[in-house]
Design a protein around this ligand. Structure first.
Ligand code: MD3
Ligand code: FE
Length: 200
């Protein structure tokens, strides 16, 4: 298995084969049925272009009060369990003995993007974040721990797994664009990214 490293982010290209990707998409249909995707609103009142939901003990939410992890979906229901197939990936690559408490599910339409940010709402930055990409490829940008520094970019493709640990755990990162129609995994195109996290 080849591995590339971009500013400390480890990417395992094609970690999941097509059959595993399709099975994971089916698992996610159940997650989205139990906890519908929503457009988060930032504290400044702007809607994010990515729609998201979560599975696990906690989900990530953002509204006019700010962003945080919550034990319930904005509509009040508990988050569904993290799919076993995703947990297996975590245990294969994370290098830690703990299970993730949140699996954040981001859905990107053709025009969605994610601005540069750090993931620092979790209590312990020694715990990695593990990402799984599904569907259309996306241009992922990663810099250092200081905003505005030099960055590097890499395309994340369907089945790729990324591991964010060590120096890269607090790196600024974002998604510049999605290449519409570059994958046939999802019937209506688009991209899904899962990130598993230990929260507290
Ligand atoms: C680098 N998601 O959900 S995944 C996010 O493709 C997020 O949806 C992007 O950034 C996406 O917060 C990128 C890769 C990723 C995830 C978490 C990281 C890279 C990271 C945390 C620290 C450093
Ligand atoms: Fe992030």
């Amino acid at each position: 298995m080849t591995e590339i490293t971009v500013n400390g982010v480890r990417v395992l290209p094609g970690f999941l084969d097509e059959g595993e990707q399709r099975a994971l998409v089916e698992d996610l249909r159940a997650v989205v049925a139990a906890a519908p995707l929503f457009h988060p609103v930032t504290a400044r009142g702007k809607s994010m272009s990515v729609r998201l939901t979560s599975a696990g003990d906690y989900g990530w939410v953002s509204d006019r009060r700010g962003y945080r992890y919550e034990a319930r979906h904005p509509q009040g229901m508990p988050w569904p369990p993290i799919p076993e197939r995703a947990l297996r990936v975590w245990h294969q690559v994370s290098g830690v003995g703990r299970a993730p408490q949140c699996c954040l599910v981001n859905f990107y339409s053709d025009t969605a993007r994610m601005g540069m940010h750090q993931d620092r709402d979790e209590a312990d930055f020694d715990m990695p974040v593990v990402s799984i990409s599904l569907g259309d490829e996306a241009l992922f940008r990663v810099g250092g721990v200081v905003r505005g520094g030099p960055t590097k970019s890499v395309w994340l493709r369907s089945g790729d797994v990324a591991i964010l640990s060590g120096e890269a755990r607090l790196a600024f990162h974002g998604i510049d664009r999605v290449k519409a129609g570059s994958s046939t995994l999802l019937p209506k195109r688009g991209r899904i990214n899962l990130t598993m996290r230990v929260v507290d």
